[in-house]
Write a protein that binds this ligand. Structure first.
Ligand code: G6P
Length: 607
């Protein structure tokens, strides 16, 4: 969702801000804007739609000059997407401009108060109150006015503000919305997301809730909520620009699908000792024997990874495990206590519903373990324990390597936990570790299906509605395969537990309807095959995904994609790969905007 960035230095801010905004596009947005402190005050440019429209406007405005500025991509919450509601917002006196991520919950109250003083509002946004209140509080001291302003704000914000009176200075502040400072030489930056900064600097500082940063070309000072100066640690980013760029692929999604062997390696290798021991340094103080139940919560694909995790954890640890979407759990008054471990899963680490569910679980005394990709994100910080997937930046809205690395990390955690709880034999433990180590190579072999999957997509892309069926682990994969297809190709599909089809949904099976049958969980293969026969008898076409060497499936299905054999509990990591490619090629054939599907956002920071 919304992205913000800012620059102060000696170079023209415009191109730097526009480059940052392009890198933030993947988060999802519907308008964009920039503001700079020029020679004669603050100048602004805004555009509805893509950042490319804003670039066109910038190119047509040669006097848009200034070496200090802020930029924003907006995903509309309060007010329709148009140029007036797009950020930055300017105070009525023209002295301040602000960009904001998050939601100001008490904006209506502040706005009516300011309106009583005769201040006129231009937009319908919650954000405009920040800049109007700031101008109202200002009496020559920028920092003081900002501190006074943010003390009034309720809700969530990451903001960047420039002032006509203070050339070269930006103030940034945060509460429950991510904000990072980038350090350069003679220039400094801020952004909501590292991807906006990675072209300019590798040295960053993560801001914490309640903090304020004073950013000038010569340095950055940090203050706590009371205005006292504080010291902050610098973090060095290890990934390079290429990791956040397409590296020759047509789409980020395809690049990220193809990167899965390396991403899985990055998740697995540092955590395996002597090819037989799982070492989770981050959890050395976590006593698994304390827990008598586990809850897993997350949203979207991360929830689907959680559905896989539930199966693995129950199978290995023999404790009851529940998996539930965070938007439900947060309002369900769940039954949990100090003996409950809650595992939260999130690629971005910023999903609002997941954060709210964590807070609810914490209030009940549960221990929170997060599985997160983005280092230093809100969820990582809020949790008691955190395991990073280390998958590298994921830019495409539809997650791929984010999901597979979450699944493998859940599997590693389950094996480790079973070892701690003594619910697994040494032989089974070592055998699973060996299978985990081989996942990157097997993922690579699954990727070799690329051209065959493309052919399947060409064969089946005209289906307007289809089903994904499977049992146990295969069902968990069906959920994710179906979501992938829906979100990027806009084709309706449904995931069904294969055995449940006959209880109603089979009525929708008609001649030519495509059913994707997942057949890698071999313990229940016979059962799935009879479900295939049931849909075939009603005229369905069946595309099966099965293990290499499975001959029987060729007699049953119209087409088969075979993937390398792996342990039944690890099946999802490999089996999802052809389904990711299938969704990708179907979406491509249908001319969809694959990396930025309509109505979706990468990081969903609102409820
Ligand atoms: C959005 C994304 C999904 C993602 C979900 C959870 O809906 O489009 O791809 O699975 O949020 O995001 P998280 O960052 O918490 O994994």
């Amino acid at each position: 969702m919304c992205g913000i960035t800012g620059y102060t230095g000696v170079n023209q801010a415009g191109p730097i801000l526009l480059d940052g905004l392009k890198r933030l596009e993947y988060r999802g947005y519907d308008s964009a804007g920039i503001a700079v402190r020029g020679d004669d005050g603050i100048k602004m440019l805004k555009a509805t739609g893509k950042v490319s429209h804003l670039v066109e406007k910038y190119n047509e405005t040669p006097d848009f000059l200034g070496v200090c500025g802020i930029g924003h991509t907006r995903w509309a919450t309060h007010g329709i997407p148009n140029d007036t509601n797009a950020h930055p917002h300017l105070s009525a006196d023209g002295k301040f401009a602000v960009v904001h991520n998050g939601i100001i919950e008490n904006f209506a109250e502040i706005r009516s108060e300011l309106q009583k003083y005769g201040i006129e509002f231009k937009s319908e946004t919650d954000t405009e109150v920040i800049v109007q209140l700031l101008a109202y509080n200002y009496n020559g001291n920028f920092k003081l006015a900002l501190m006074k302003t943010i003390a009034r704000l309720e809700g969530s914000y990451a903001i960047g503000v420039i002032s006509a009176d203070h050339p070269g200075t930006i103030y940034a502040a945060k509460l429950s919305s991510p904000l990072i400072i980038g350090l350069g030489i003679g220039e400094n930056f801020f952004a909501s997301d590292i991807t906006a900064l990675v072209n300019n600097t590798k040295n960053v500082i993560d801001m914490d809730d309640g903090e304020v940063a004073e950013i000038t070309p010569d340095g950055v000072k940090f203050f706590d909520h009371a205005g006292r100066e504080i010291n902050k640690d610098i973090r060095h980013i290890t990934w390079d620009v290429a990791a956040a760029e397409k590296s020759g692929y047509e789409h980020f999604m395809l690049k990220e699908i193809m990167e899965q062997p390396q991403a899985l390696k990055a998740t697995i290798e540092p955590r395996v000792k002597d090819a037989e021991e799982i070492v989770l340094e981050e959890l050395k103080n976590l006593d698994m024997k304390r827990f008598n139940r586990i809850h897993i919560t997350a949203c979207g694909s991360a929830y689907h990874a959680g559905c896989v995790g539930r199966g693995i954890l129950e199978a290995l640890c023999r404790v009851p495990v529940e998996a539930e979407v965070a938007s439900e759990l947060r309002y369900r008054d769940p039954i949990m206590d100090a003996k409950t471990l809650v595992i939260v899963i999130s690629q971005s680490g910023e999903t609002a519903d997941t954060i709210a569910a964590m807070k609810e679980c914490r209030s009940k005394g549960a221990t929170l373990l997060a599985i997160v990709n983005v280092v230093g994100s809100s969820i990582a910080k809020l949790a008691d324990y955190c395991l990073y997937t280390w998958a590298g930046p994921e830019i495409a809205v539809a997650t791929t390597k984010g999901y597979t690395t979450q699944v493998v990390l859940l599997a590693m955690f389950a094996v480790w936990a079973a070892g701690e709880m003594k619910t697994i034999s040494r032989g089974a433990y070592i055998s699973l570790v060996k299978d985990i180590i081989r996942l990157p190579e097997r993922a690579q072999r699954a990727l070799d299906l690329n051209s065959r999957v493309k052919t399947m997509a060409e064969r089946y892309n005209s289906n307007s509605s289809l089903f994904f069926i499977g049992r146990n682990m295969d069902y968990a994969v069906a959920l994710e395969g179906s979501l992938k297809l829906k979100e990027i190709s806009y084709i309706h599909s449904e995931a069904y537990a294969a055995g449940e089809l006959k209880h109603g949904t089979i009525a929708l099976i008609e001649p030519g309807r495509l059913v994707v049958a997942l057949c890698c969980y071999e313990k229940l293969l016979d059962k799935t095959i009879s479900n295939i026969q049931q849909v075939k008898a009603r005229g369905a076409r069946v595309l099966a995904v099965a293990h290499e060497g499975n001959r029987s499936i060729f007699r049953e299905a119209d087409d088969v994609l075979t993937v390398p054999v792996t342990d039944p509990l690890l099946v999802p990591v490999i089996e999802i790969i052809p389904l990711q490619l299938f969704a990708y090629y179907v979406a491509k054939l249908n001319g969809c905007d694959i990396d930025k599907p309509k109505n979706l956002a990468k990081s969903v920071t609102v409820e």
